[in-house]
Write a protein that binds this ligand. Structure first.
Ligand SMILES: Nc1ncnc2c1ncn2[C@@H]1O[C@H](COP(=O)(O)OP(=O)(O)OP(=O)(O)O)[C@@H](O)[C@H]1O
Ligand SMILES: [Mg+2]
Length: 253
């Protein structure tokens, strides 16, 4: 479980303080994709950087199970990122002189996994995203959609508990964007937490939970009706307001 409480991030700039995130509070459930939406500059990447232990909050707490991320020194945050988190970015961030396989194996190498095992795991993960046949290709010999699937395989190689994706479909066409989202949905269904920043309303509409940020403030939390229904009592009392709306003939609405 990933939990943020009273998070604030203020950047100090020569022109004055920028409050990029204010009083943010949310628990990110595992097994689900949570989409983070909001206009440019609303604090989405700032939030992701705090949750993913890239940066420390000005105020507030981030908990990953019983680990207090907000107060970990950088060396331990780096270790946590390697062991427990995976990352996907809009620009893929693949190493251009490494093959697809070497790119996927990279975080495993950093985490100290030996060569034979990391090659085997990288192959398995590439296979998962349907790209084993492209293992020896350099990134420039892959399509945009393929590059992002390699990046996703790299994010999954260390079997992370949480996958963070910042605009992962921003450079892709609709079909490839949908493929990447389907892969992220599968990743969540395996019991992982997926935090997805996106401008794409259609993709966000498929998420179980949608968080809307505006000017650094969490304005709205929307949940899928199906997740709310599960929490309702087995026998529900008819809602008289709903009954009245339904009684109005369609033509006069
Ligand atoms: N390192 C920084 N120093 C100063 N200000 C920053 C820094 N990073 C972000 N900001 C400011 O904080 C605010 C939130 O930025 P952030 O990058 O989180 O927005 P975003 O919602 O991810 O936007 P986009 O959709 O364009 O990626 C913006 O006003 C931005 O200019
Ligand atoms: Mg951003």
């Amino acid at each position: 479980m990933l939990h943020a409480a009273g998070l604030r991030k203020t950047y100090k700039t020569p022109a004055g303080d920028v409050n990029a995130l204010l009083s943010f509070e949310h628990s990110f459930a595992s097994g689900q994709v949570t989409a983070v939406l909001g206009p440019s500059g609303s604090g989405k990447s700032t939030l992701l950087n705090l949750l993913a232990a890239f940066d420390t909050p000005t105020e507030g707490e981030v908990w990953f199970d019983d680990v207090a991320i907000h107060s970990l020194p950088e060396k331990e945050r780096a270790g946590l990122r390697l062991r427990s988190f995976g990352f996907v970015f809009q620009s893929f961030n693949l190493v251009s002189v490494f093959t697809a396989l070497q790119n996927v194996a990279l975080p495993l190498g950093l985490a100290g996994v030996n060569r034979a095992e990391r090659d085997e795991r990288a192959r398995q993960t590439l296979d998962r995203v349907g790209l084993l046949h492209r293992a020896d290709h350099l990134p420039h010999k892959l399509s945009g959609g393929e590059r992002q699937r390699v990046a996703l395989a790299r994010a999954l190689a260390n079997d992370p508990s949480v996958v963070f994706a910042d605009e992962p479909t921003g450079s892709l066409d609709t079909a490839n964007g949908a493929l990447v989202l389907s892969a992220l949905e599968e990743v969540a269904a395996e019991g992982r937490t997926v935090v997805l920043v996106t401008h794409d309303a259609a993709l966000a509409g498929r998420a179980y939970v949608r968080l809307r940020l505006r000017d650094g403030v969490l304005e709205e939390v929307e949940r899928e009706p199906s997740t709310e229904l599960e929490q309702e009592p087995a026998i529900s009392v008819p809602d008289p307001r709903r009954a009245r709306v339904e009684a109005v003939p369609l033509a006069s609405r």
